[in-house]
Design a binder for this molecule. Structure first.
Ligand code: NAP
Length: 430
């Protein structure tokens, strides 16, 4: 067998896999290329399930994941089952038993990362999680190593392939959210219950961990403002295009000079001139801005068997290369962000807005909308009225200058009290 990479190891490194689904299968197949790594046990839910893995030695399989974490021979455990339970207890038990951890589990990291990293510290173990944020895109390792000399104060990212696929299709086909979702479900790009993706939970888990390591302060998942894509209409897509924008689900994070963080997930109009506007379908991208590097964007496949395996295997090899060399391996990759970030509430933020209003076709309606905005300290960058419909209403599209969120929400309320319907309010990239 021709090996991809031959590392001079005194003894084989034993790896235990928990999970042999999409990611686990890719990891198992890729690890076969490294003769100094031995996958010595694999936990699955159903041992008898047919698996598309040529030559899989069924004797490696167990349906008890504790067989993996309690095996004294295993050096590294890769947790690839997802969810909170039993993943949390399995990882904790494995660390207490002296194993280092690789995981792809974004939900677990976002919700219980603090406890896991403190257990890792206590037992002098490392937890690597490159696959958890944007599948195959190298992010964690670059941020923690080669970008370590930077003060990164801004992240803007597309980290959910399902929603990016839906928004791209809506844009390209002029189709409705509901129709595209159905199609995405048939093609396997969206789950039967798409809530985790379309309501922005998945992106929120990822930006929680990504902003924690980038800003070096713990960002609590419950403090992240989250809004999904279910209310985006094909009319908004068209209007955004006409104004020079695309609509994307953006996970973003900013930290100011006083250490106050603003972390959120919501749809956003992004200028067609920006890199993120051109990230389509299931591709993911993360833009980081800081000093001294300036702005960089990393993009690539955010999910899938082999792209995700690339990150998991990279983590396994990084740990393997250090095992036996020191009592304190991979110091730069450890998480020590115990201090919680002070977080800005969405109501205090300043944004530009796109607003789509269905208004009565009456004299002075545009003037009234303008007055309500002015009364709330909101300046308008543009206001455009489209043709009048049969019901004698007209669609009015507004783009504001930078305004306060609370003031904007108040203006929406007043515009509606005046007999109009605000169909959409979407923030605009600044
Ligand atoms: N799919 C991706 O592209 C992707 C990308 C980035 C991150 N991730 C993350 O990677 C993790 C795995 O995702 P996946 O897509 O590979 O999931 P998946 O295809 O559903 O596979 C899950 C695997 O875990 C096994 N499993 C589940 N519960 C178990 C238990 N209690 N004990 C033992 N084994 C158990 C299943 O066994 P059976 O095979 O017997 O059912 C299956 O092999 C998740 O945290 C996910 O968020 C996935």
């Amino acid at each position: 067998m021709i090996l991809w990479y031959d590392f001079p190891m005194k003894k084989k490194i034993k790896v235990g896999l928990i999970g042999l689904g999409t990611v686990g299968s890719g990891v198992f197949k890729t690890l076969r290329n490294f003769d100094y790594i031995e996958v010595s046990k694999i936990a699955v839910r159903d041992i008898n399930k047919p698996r598309n893995i040529e030559g899989l030695d069924k004797s490696l399989l167990t349906d008890n994941p504790y067989d993996v974490v309690n095996d004294p021979e295993i050096d590294i455990v890769a947790e690839l089952i997802g969810g909170l339970d039993p993943a949390y207890d399995l990882i904790t038990t494995a660390m207490k038993n002296g194993k280092h951890i690789v995981t792809a589990n974004k939900e677990l990291l976002a919700k219980r990362g603090e406890e896991l990293f403190s257990t890792a510290d206590e037992y002098n173990r490392v937890i690597l999680y490159e696959a958890a944020i944007a599948g195959g895109i190298p992010l964690i390792m670059p941020i923690k190593t080669i970008l370590a000399g930077n003060k990164i104060n801004k992240i803007e990212a597309i980290v959910n392939g399902t929603t990016n696929y839906i928004l791209t299709k809506m844009d390209v086909q002029g189709a409705s959210y509901e129709d595209v979702l159905k199609e995405a479900q048939q093609l396997g790009y969206a789950e039967a219950d798409p809530t985790g993706d379309v309501e922005g939970f998945d992106a929120a888990y990822k930006i929680a961990t990504l902003s924690t390591i980038t800003f070096k302060k713990r960002i609590k998942i419950e403090k992240i403002y989250r809004e999904g894509i279910t209310k985006i209409r094909s009319q908004d897509m068209k209007a955004a295009n006409d104004l020079g924008y695309k609509i994307k689900l953006i996970a973003s994070g900013k930290i100011d000079e006083n250490g106050k963080a603003d972390v959120r997930v919501h749809p956003m109009l992004v200028s067609k001139k920006s890199t993120l506007a051109h990230i389509d379908y299931v591709t993911n991208a993360v833009s980081l801005t800081g000093h001294p590097v300036g702005s960089i964007t990393l993009s690539g496949p955010g999910a899938g068997e082999f792209p995700t395996a690339s990150s998991v295997v990279g983590d396994i090899l990084a740990i393997s290369a250090e095992l036996g060399t020191s009592d304190y391996i991979l110091p730069m990759m450890r998480c020590r962000h115990a201090e919680n970030a002070d977080m800005t509430d969405i109501s205090e933020t300043e944004n530009k807005y796109y607003m789509s209003i269905n208004a009565k076709n009456a004299m002075g309606v545009i003037g009234k909308i303008g007055n309500i905005c002015a009364d709330n300290n909101i300046s308008l960058a543009s206001i455009v009225q489209k043709c009048v419909s049969d019901d004698n209403t007209a669609d009015i599209t507004v783009i504001t200058e930078i305004a306060n969120e609370k003031a904007m929400q108040n203006a929406v309320k007043l515009i509606e009290q005046d007999g109009n319907k605000v169909n959409s309010l979407i923030r605009v990239q600044v």
